[in-house]
Design a protein around this ligand. Structure first.
Ligand SMILES: [Zn+2]
Length: 87
């Protein structure tokens, strides 16, 4: 009887591991596809900043920033920053 119970416990543990593995495979296969469908490029919450040298809109996270009189200024390239600072 003790051996039967042990086998039952062992079986339930194996079944649980198997199911969690199967679930992980399913999630792994469908996860990135659904995420890629809903997300497209940059989030809408990110506010674009205009480059003062040429007028191009840039994402602050990717732009070159320079702090002038307390507030940051964003440039699309190092060239624009140099141009703006030379004025
Ligand atoms: Zn620029």
């Amino acid at each position: 009887m003790a051996r039967f119970l042990l086998l039952l416990v062992l079986f339930s543990v194996i079944a649980r591991i198997f199911w969690s593995f199967l679930e992980g495979v399913v999630r792994g296969a469908s996860g990135p596809a659904t995420q890629g469908g809903s997300r497209g490029g940059t989030p809408a919450s990110v506010k674009m900043q205009q480059c003062p040298a040429c007028g191009t809109y840039v994402v602050p996270g990717k732009a070159i920033s320079s702090v002038r009189s307390g507030s940051p200024i964003y440039f699309d390239s190092e060239k624009c920053r140099a141009e703006y600072e030379s004025r």
